[in-house]
Design a protein around this ligand. Structure first.
Ligand code: GAP
Length: 489
């Protein structure tokens, strides 16, 4: 069994070898922190996306979805505060010229301390970092780095520059009307999907006749010029977010924040994941728009890390868009306020946001599923790698194998696939010994395999083999669809 430090490497290799994730434009040596999803990765990603979308929109009758464009009017990003505030404090090592995000540098040091048993030091350093970041006290942060002799991984020295702020947005030119040199008219690749929701708040509210409280959900690409982009798909420059903005009456944001904080953790646990692998991290340093915020963290092989953020954004975004666009963003609430006996009237709603990275959720699902099992017996050594995905997320739900490539067995196998393929993803395979075919499906995380043999011709039964237990049993062909459908519901 791979231990935690090399388990992550094993997962990365597995993703490549089995068609889940490839480095982008690999034939040109790749592009740092950009990845492509392969044939099975894109299926898994789609299943995660669909599961989120359904739980947000179909299962909540007061949440609807939209799909806004990646390009937005440049003023959007001035109003949202991203032009001025979407910065990270960075520090450069003077010897290697390598640039680090300050929090990542210190967190990396803390992880190393935990690994060598200095848990207390790690906790102290992290809590000092949180407090200093909250005050933007860069001089003391630099001193914290120097006092702890935190070194650059490349040069091995502690020869650091002062800490400076860098903006993370990518910008580009737009048609022939905007020049890239014109600071005021730069077009940005959106760094979050949320703003596409805010600028459409009134469009959706009016055309959908939505009544506060209600939510707007969206899934789409976001782009950030991450300086330290490592750890595989954990931190990418092009990634996908699944965000939901929930519009509430001012004064009720505290209870809705609590509600969504709990609700989102329940969503993760509904996939059958171990609650002990999750924890909340309440923010000390708040983003420029947030009044209250927390992360849902998961224990990845690289330690507990953020997978999702819940933010109480107040009326910051809608008020800013009202100010910059000069278009009212008011909602009229005709419910009666028991305190005054009158309608609540006009106000700009407050917002609770839930924001999860699709790629990070993919990594979570993959890390949780990846299992190396020792199956050795006294007679022979044996092992397998199996991806124990929740059946509903598995890229392939059912594999069907004829025992041999003749005697009418392939035809029976193909008929089973014809019967099932409109309901779920199936896979046909007739090459290699059955044991080898099972192992290949284990490595892809396929929960059910069916083997068609000569007995199938006589009594319409087949062998079903369950991925996790490796148990096999004889079932009627007409039960297959029912078994798989029940498992993926
Ligand atoms: N709209 C709020 C927002 O964007 P965030 O905490 O910056 O908040 C939300 O991002 C989520 O997006 C994170 O919890 C993470 O899952 C994902 N995410 C952020 N930056 C990412 C990156 N560079 N690569 C992959 N996922 C990222």
């Amino acid at each position: 069994m791979a231990n935690d430090s090399n388990r992550f490497q094993a997962i990365i290799s597995h993703c490549k070898e089995y068609g889940f994730i490839f480095p982008s434009s690999e034939i040109y040596d790749g592009l740092q922190a950009v990845y492509d999803y392969g044939q099975w990765g894109s299926e898994l990603k789609k299943n995660i996306r669909d599961y989120w979308w359904k739980s947000m929109t179909q299962l909540n009758d007061n949440i609807v979805g939209i799909d806004a464009a990646i390009f937005m009017h440049p003023t959007t990003w001035k109003a949202s505060g991203h032009v001025d505030n979407f910065n990270d404090p960075m520090i450069d090592n003077k010897d290697s010229k390598k640039r680090y995000r300050v929090d990542h540098l210190i967190e990396g040091f803390a992880d190393e301390q935990v690994a060598v048993g200095n848990k207390q030091l790690a906790e102290d350093v992290l809590s000092q970092m949180d407090a200093l970041l909250a005050k933007d006290d860069f001089a003391s942060l630099k001193k914290l780095i120097e006092d702890n002799k935190i070194k650059c991984a490349i040069s091995g020295t502690s020869n650091w520059t002062d800490i400076r702020q860098f903006n993370l947005m990518f910008s580009t030119e737009f048609g022939s009307t905007v020049s890239a040199d014109d600071e005021d008219n730069k077009v940005y690749l959106r760094p979050e999907t949320a703003q596409g929701i805010f600028v459409n708040f009134l469009n959706v509210q009016k055309t959908g006749r939505m009544k506060v409280p209600f939510g707007i959900a969206q899934i789409g690409k976001a782009f950030r010029n991450e300086i330290v982009a490592r750890q595989f798909i954990f931190r990418m420059r092009e990634f996908e977010q699944m965000e939901m903005q929930f519009f509430v009456r001012p004064g009720t944001e505290g209870e809705w924040y609590k509600y969504w904080k709990e609700e989102r953790l329940k969503w993760h646990l509904s996939l059958g994941f171990d609650p002990a692998k999750y924890r909340y991290h309440d923010h000390v340093k708040l983003a420029h728009y947030a009044k209250e915020a927390c992360d849902i963290e998961f224990e990845f092989p690289i330690g507990f890390k953020e997978v999702e953020g819940i933010h109480s954004r107040g009326d910051f975004d809608l008020s800013q868009h009202e100010k910059f666009s000069k278009k009212k963003q008011n909602y009229f609430d005709n419910d009666i306020d028991p305190a005054t006996g009158k309608a609540y009237g006009n106000y700009i709603p407050y917002v609770i946001e839930t924001s999860i990275g699709l790629d990070r959720m993919f990594l979570l699902v993959m890390s949780n599923a990846y299992t190396e099992e020792d199956l050795s017996t006294a007679e022979k050594p044996d092992s397998r790698v199996v991806l124990k995905f929740p059946a509903k997320l598995a890229p392939i739900k059912l594999a069907v194998f004829p025992l041999v490539k003749k005697d009418g067995l392939p035809e029976i196998a193909r008929n089973i696939i014809s019967d099932c393929k409109s309901s779920f993803r199936c896979f046909y395979e007739e090459k290699d010994a059955i044991g080898k075919r099972y192992r290949r499906m284990d490595a892809l995380g396929t929960p059910f395999c069916i083997t068609v043999d000569h007995q199938s011709k006589e009594d319409n039964t087949v062998t079903i083999r369950y991925r996790d237990s490796m148990q096999q049993e004889r079932i009627a062909i007409d039960k297959i669809k029912e078994i798989v459908t029940a498992a993926i519901a």
